[in-house]
Ligand binder design. Structure first.
Ligand code: RIB
Ligand code: CA
Length: 305
């Protein structure tokens, strides 16, 4: 039986799409939300909005940290809008029960799991780091952590750093060095797998309201994602789902990685270090079969037809 999957996200347009793909393909057992693309209250609401439209509001979703471990929050409102999911008018949904926060939910959920779980993170790694720091006895319950973040080829929020590792470099450095097998999917591949603007129409073949929602969300996103252009738009977080569901579309390398935390100019930069130099070694996606990825991507969305 496939391992249980837990998601930690900051929806966010590409997180929302990644969530729908994961729900279609994987045994997702729970979702935690973190501040990043927008504030924590907005990413939590957005996660519930997507679950509601996907008829999955029964899935446990718990709010996590509202700011990085040690730094002030930097959001991406310029990319995702004031709501974090601008471009589509979501219906009102029932208020959350807020009975548990992310740490409480994960402690209970992971302790109950009979087999180690797969954890996929698509926002700043604040929740993941905080949970690992506070629950060393539960590390054994996690078989691997895959995260969207970092870059070996320049940044998107600064010339040096990708947004997720920039927002919380301390959390990213802790997670990369925590000893659990880590998989990194960074801009090196997400800037290659660009969703063509002409293909947005394909979302409209999906059942309402999912199809129209995705079409409108990504029409907005195309006009706001800094690296969107004539060749299309990156859908970053979906590739973190592919890293687990379809790892064969990537070329992987084991890389010793340093995450810059002290030099403010290079804050959050993910830098290659010489093997055996004492830096943690993780699995990094260094290339992608773009057509193979999109064949998998569109096939996964048949679930919503
Ligand atoms: O740099 C891209 C990452 O930052 C994605 O996860 C996007 O959702 C934003 O969080
Ligand atoms: Ca994200």
């Amino acid at each position: 039986m496939a391992s249980s999957v837990y998601l930690d996200m900051d929806p966010g347009h590409d997180d929302a799409l990644a969530l729908l793909v994961a729900l279609a393909l994987m045994p997702v057992r729970g979702l935690t939300t973190v501040a990043g693309n927008q504030t924590g209250d907005k990413t939590y609401l957005n996660a519930r909005r997507i679950l509601f439209l996907a008829n999955q509001l029964h899935l446990p979703v718990a709010p996590g940290y509202n700011r990085p471990l040690f730094r002030n929050l930097v959001t991406a409102a310029h990319v995702h809008g004031q709501s974090g999911l601008d471009g589509y008018e979501f219906p009102e949904i029932s208020p959350p029960d807020r009975s548990m926060d992310a740490m409480q939910f994960l402690e209970i959920a992971f302790a109950k799991e009979q087999e180690p779980v797969v954890w996929i993170a698509t926002g700043p790694l604040t929740n993941v780091a905080a949970f690992l720091i506070g629950h060393p006895h539960l590390h054994q319950k996690i078989s691997q952590i895959a995260f969207m973040g970092g870059s070996l080829s320049g940044g998107n929020i600064t010339p040096y750093a990708e947004f997720n590792t920039y927002v919380d470099p301390d959390a990213a450095a802790y997670v990369v060095g925590c000893g659990i097998p880590i998989t990194m999917v960074g801009l090196d591949v997400t800037h290659k797998a660009l969703l063509a603007q002409k293909d947005l129409e394909r979302f409209r073949c999906l059942k309402p309201p999912i199809g129209e929602m995705l079409y409108r969300l990504f029409t907005f996103f195309a006009g706001h994602e800094p690296n969107a252009g004539d060749r299309g738009m990156p859908i970053h977080d979906v590739l973190a789902i592919a890293a687990i569901a379809n790892p064969g579309v990537f070329t992987w390398e084991k890389i010793s990685l340093h995450i810059e935390r002290c030099d403010e100019k290079r804050r959050g930069a993910t830098e290659i270090k010489r093997p055996g130099s004492g830096y943690p070694e993780i699995k990094v996606a260094v290339d992608i079969d773009v057509s193979g990825f999109f064949e998998w991507f569109w096939q996964s969305l048949v679930y919503y037809q």
